[in-house]
Write a protein that binds this ligand. Structure first.
Ligand code: FES
Length: 580
């Protein structure tokens, strides 16, 4: 990609010039402190100023290589005649941040939006990797709506332990169950820890980070190839460098984020989500991002648009391979080309080309990793949306990661009031449970946890595991890691802590899960439920002040994207008043 020779914006048309183009006292101040790092005066001559929004943090190991990526972006910006200025925003690491990185997604998005609006930038490059950094940056950038381009950090190299391939997350879930069942020694478990994550990058399964990197590409907000090149592959640096070049042109072309993130782009993303067998978390994130643009995505959109599409990608947790294999097979352009007849191929993406142009030359180099549409990996694999008296506003399940025999199941509820109750009792041999039961976990939704933690894939009771059983129906208002699997019903809305029917389920109640019929039914009469509701009390908040209080007071339910209610919408990048 070469910098374009298309018409350029006049300096007076750039918002950065309202800082740097001034001849007065304030202009002196705006330039002088920046000059302190050796910037020459002619750098303020009206060239586009590009903000590089960086989520580097040593506390976010998946994004630990982002300083290198930022340097590549800077080179690209300079090559295209722009002026790059890097800035940090709150980073969200999935593995260390407690109680859950999701609690802070909306907070980070505010940081992004306000950092963009309050600073002299004309366009933004978004560096994102670990799960929540991607939606947080897209949400914030969407509300500010400057020209913006996404660069994902790229997946790690495949995990490898002895003669086994180890998928991040997915391997942890299965190995920890083996330890609990007594079939894997603790020493081996510890050894595998060093083998699963052996390079820079985000999780290399089709978990939430890889899914969201695919969404960045499918939405057209990142460059072709964004999803799959490993973090340590030279082509990852090239993506960053080309993004740096391209964002300068996007500023000159006034290609705002809202012109890329259209309703059609979201529909492409939803269909691609099905074809990759992507994470259920993407449902919440896409709804939240769309909400920042004033677009209303509903759970029904996911079912309507994608439930008939097959899963083509044979990657863990639904399948066998990992992201490095996906890259070598040709990556996301191959998938999108396979389902091109279902996509809006005429819409323009961040690189100025249409979706159709971007995928035209894609070639499938490994049809075991990416199956052709005619012989898919799994039929009808999108996200299924369930409704019923247990989930009036919906719940979701990922059929490609579920056990087919359990997708039509009636069982006795074994109820856990919260995650502590679950941990206290699940390993107890006296627990009255067998594999036909349905595990129900309450108070793990947006308000309840708070932050809607990834605890929905509850570990099975050891006495069930010891029989060789590896899946049971599980229902909660929580989320599940995109790397996890099982017949797991998630995002039940309204959540228990908001008084949803989930709060009223009692041990021994019968529940029917009917995925084909899209139904989740609690076999308890309305009269009985009314009685139970009359004696229900909301759980106490963990914190009565600070951000947690703001969050629990204003967070929307899962079906609306779990954004804070006052953050929805686009506020633009008007230039605020001078600061002195
Ligand atoms: Fe960061 Fe999985 S922990 S992507």
């Amino acid at each position: 990609m070469q910098p374009s020779d298309k018409p350029k914006k006049k300096p007076s048309e750039l918002r950065s010039q309202q800082w740097f183009g001034r001849q007065d006292r304030d202009g002196f101040a705006y330039r002088s402190w920046v000059k302190g790092k050796g910037v020459p005066h002619d750098q303020f001559d009206g060239r586009p100023v590009i903000g590089i929004c960086n989520t580097f943090s040593e506390l976010t190991p998946c994004n630990s290589h982002f300083r290198t990526l930022a340097e590549q972006v800077k080179i690209g910006v300079y090559e295209a005649g722009g002026f790059p200025l890097e800035f940090p925003v709150m980073s969200l690491g999935e593995t260390l941040l407690r109680p859950t990185a999701m609690l802070y997604r909306n907070l980070a998005s505010m940081d992004v939006e306000e950092s963009i609006r309050g600073n002299p930038v004309d366009g933004v490059v978004l560096l994102m990797g670990c799960d929540k950094t991607t939606p947080a940056l897209l949400m914030g950038a969407a509300s500010a709506d400057l020209p913006s381009i996404g660069v994902s950090g790229g997946p790690m190299l495949n995990g490898r332990w002895r003669d086994q391939q180890l998928g991040s997350g997915t391997g942890v879930w299965s190995m920890s169950e083996q330890v609990r069942a007594g079939t894997l020694k603790l020493a081996d478990f510890f050894e595998a820890e060093s083998c699963m994550h052996r390079s820079h990058g985000h999780c290399m399964t089709m978990g939430t980070a890889s899914t969201m990197a695919c969404m960045v590409e499918a939405l057209g907000v990142g460059l072709p190839g964004n999803a799959a090149y490993p973090a340590v592959d030279g082509r990852r640096n090239l993506i960053a460098r080309n993004a740096g070049r391209r964002i300068v042109d996007m500023v000159h072309e006034d290609q705002k984020l809202s012109s890329v993130l259209t309703r059609e782009a979201f529909e492409n993303a939803i269909k691609t989500l099905a074809a990759i067998g992507g994470s259920t978390n993407a449902v919440i994130h896409l709804i939240a991002i769309a909400g920042r643009l004033g677009l209303k995505l509903t759970l029904e959109d996911f079912d309507r648009l994608a439930s008939e599409l097959p899963c083509l990608v044979n990657l863990q947790p639904s399948g066998q391979y990992l992201m490095e294999d996906f890259c070598y097979a040709g990556g996301l352009p191959v998938v999108m080309k396979e389902i091109a007849a279902h996509l809006h191929t005429g819409i323009v993406t961040a690189n100025g080309k249409t979706v159709g142009e971007n995928i035209a030359d894609a070639q499938n180099w490994n049809t075991d990793v990416i199956k052709p549409l005619a012989t898919p990996f799994k039929d009808k694999a999108g996200i299924a949306v369930l409704r019923g008296n247990l989930a009036p506003r919906g719940a979701v399940i990922k059929p490609s990661a579920a056990t087919p025999a359990l997708m039509q199941h009636t069982g006795r509820a074994v109820v856990f009031e919260d995650i502590e109750d679950f941990h206290t009792r699940i390993d107890d041999d006296a627990l009255d449970v067998d594999e036909s039961c349905i595990l129900v976990l309450k108070n793990c939704g947006p308000k309840g946890y708070p932050g809607m933690a990834e605890v929905g894939n509850m570990p099975l009771p050891p006495k069930v595991l010891k029989k060789g059983i590896t899946d049971m129906v599980r229902i909660s208002d929580a989320r599940m890691s995109g790397t996890a699997y099982g017949t797991v019903v998630l995002h039940t809305a309204p959540e228990a802590a908001a008084g949803g029917p989930l709060a009223l389920v009692q041990n021994g109640d019968e529940i029917t899960l009917d995925v084909a019929g899209r139904r989740l039914h609690l076999h308890v009469s309305d009269e009985e439920l009314d009685q139970r509701r009359a004696s229900w009390k909301p759980p106490k908040l963990t914190l009565e002040s600070g951000y947690w209080k703001l969050y629990t007071d204003t967070v929307l339910q899962a079906d609306e994207g779990a954004d804070l209610d006052f953050l929805r919408g686009m506020r633009g990048a008007f230039v605020p008043r001078d600061n002195h």
